[in-house]
Design a protein around this ligand. Sequence first.
Ligand code: ADP
Ligand code: MG
Length: 753
Amino acid sequence: MLEERKNNYIMSIFKSGIYFGISICDISTGEFYSAEIKDNQNFPLLLDELARYNPSELVINTMMSDSEEEISKIKERFDCYITNYEDKYFDDKLDNLNLRFNITDTNNKKIEDIADKKLAISSINALIQYIEQTQMTSLDHINKITIYQISKYMSLDINARRNLEITEKMRDKSKKGTLLWVLDKTSTSMGGRLLRRWLNDPLIDVAEINKRLNSVKELKNDMILRGDITENLKKVYDIERLAGKMAYGNANARDMITLKNSLQKLPDLKQTLSNCNSVMLTELYNSIDELKDIYELIEKAIVDDPPMTVKDGGIIKLGYDEEIDKLKTATTQGKNWIIELEAEEREKTGIKNLKVGFNKVFGYYIEVTKSNLNQVPDRYIRKQTLTNAERFITEELKNLENQILGAEEKVVNLEYNAFVQIREEISKNIKRLQTSAMAVSTLDVLTSFAIVAEDLNYCMPTVDNSGIIDIKAGRHPVIEKMLGAGLFVENDTYLDKDENRLSIITGPNMAGKSTYMRQVALITLMAQVGSFVPAQGAHIGVVDKIFTRVGASDDLSMGQSTFMVEMMEVASILKEATPNSLIILDEIGRGTSTYDGLSIAWAVAEYIADKEKCGAKTLFATHYHELTELENKLEGIKNYSIAVKEKGEDIIFLRKIVRGGTDESYGIHVAKLAGVPKQVTQKANEILKNLERKNILTGKQLEKKDKKQVEGQFDMYNYKLAEIAHEVDKINLNELTPIDALNTLVRIKEKMK
Ligand code: ADP
Ligand code: MG
């Protein structure tokens, strides 16, 4: 019943003070991971891990279930079933844990000092016991537990995962229109699952990333190799899940045939890699176990088209088991004797239409029609009367029947036993099956990257630790694919750790700001996953984390897009971002009044730009043109805008990013383009002119006139002016007493200082 291309995870959470130990298992494939969260931002990290695995069930200890606020946040964001599990199961005893399971780190190295990992151990113990209790079965196919470091992978906060639409769309959670949708040219469901996991776990280790990239390059350059691989992969079924079913004891004979057919492809698949040069393809070549013994076992034992049920016989091939063969011959022989007996009885009795038949209730019988009853001899024993006939048995027939049915029953039992034995034999080799399955999945994903790179004209990025993101003629992978080749307008990007850390991006609505920023984040992410990227050239200095935050009013997906949520998330970005992070801020501050919003946006930009405080690479789209002032004030900030061309009353979107800010928002033009009635857009124009005259919103003229005087505090002056205007506007002259009027004036004077 499980969706094949998706893992189905169950996760245990052991909360201890402010720390967490987590374990994650996919019972159907036998994958088992565990980690400890001991950073200072524990809960957000836990949420990130939840977002990574998206488990369908959570098993938690009391301290966790008592943390109401955290639980409600989890429930709000994840659709999973939560089980409170008794604390006694979350024990940190090692017992024979490391004998039963091979506990390693992500580099496959045995973890030496496992006693150190009490948080992880507690969650592992609970999850194992929980699975054993609920599944009431052995967990033989889970033999490896990988304790991973949360920082081995790029950290993607929940918003980045959602907002970048990596594996599911924000609106409807569908796959179409996501990065996965563009990149998934995998041939097997195992490969599909692994690709999804890779996209959710971009790497940060330069060597590991380049290992993947180099193998993709080799596959991309060799069309014949690629073709051979996919040809073979297409006939490989889900070895990983089949292996799980074997160990689980619920595989039937058909599953074995599917497994056999898949295994049959392994030698060819392996052969295709024999001349490869890249490190990773060579490694895969070495790690594909052809599993010929398993193939031969199934080939020898199981008929090619077995029934669904395993308890009614018809499974085992002739020649596999002597005993079964003997009994089978006996039944066939018995059936021949029955035919002979029929002929004999006809002869003896002279009844020409005498028949020997069989039914499940009465067994074998001799049937004589009513008209011939007088010829029936005494030795016939009446068994059943029908309208036109009578049925009899004889001593001899009864004996034959016992022999035949006895043999048939024995055969069915023997076949079942033989089948179970074969299944157990396969289960014993589960590790080998899993190793090959992993190699096949990996090859599938790398080949998928190569196919996409070739088809969509992607380039190989240079990945290092330079801290530079330099993209030439980059494209947004998803929007490009939706628009069709050639229609997407390419753009360059340059960010580094010095002069070009923070780009302020202005431009009218619909210009392409959000698209541009996501494109940069996606290209960076793709490069760190090991995929080629949609660009003419790309130099990607590895980033440790990607954050995105979209202004409240743009973020429709959660229904509760309050300014509070927006600010909480901005707060956590500011706390967690490092100089190696990439931050995408898309019109933050929108969820509140203009002046609050502008002030916050301004302060956030200043904070990030400060190397001492944050210094992360940042793309910051804003409709507050005032922020372009920052370029002249602070180091590391550059203004960009997305160009539009005015053509009479209309504007044309050029989609090109250029240096320098804009101060035009063209909002009314866009309204016109969108079909807002002319009366409304004309009125809007009048209002705008009026406001501009009053200097309230732009302060532009003021800046020109009194530049010297206002220099350095221009921004604050501007806000005060606006605030005062607001206050004056609120005054109701009909209710104002002379004293009040005087007081108000004093207050305003005070503010002017
Ligand atoms: P903004 O954030 O500035 O309001 P968006 O990024 O949402 O604008 O872009 C609006 C639309 O413009 C997108 O849905 C996309 O279809 C189109 N678009 C954006 N960038 C490009 C581009 N570089 N080439 C072609 N079309 C683009
Ligand atoms: Mg936008």
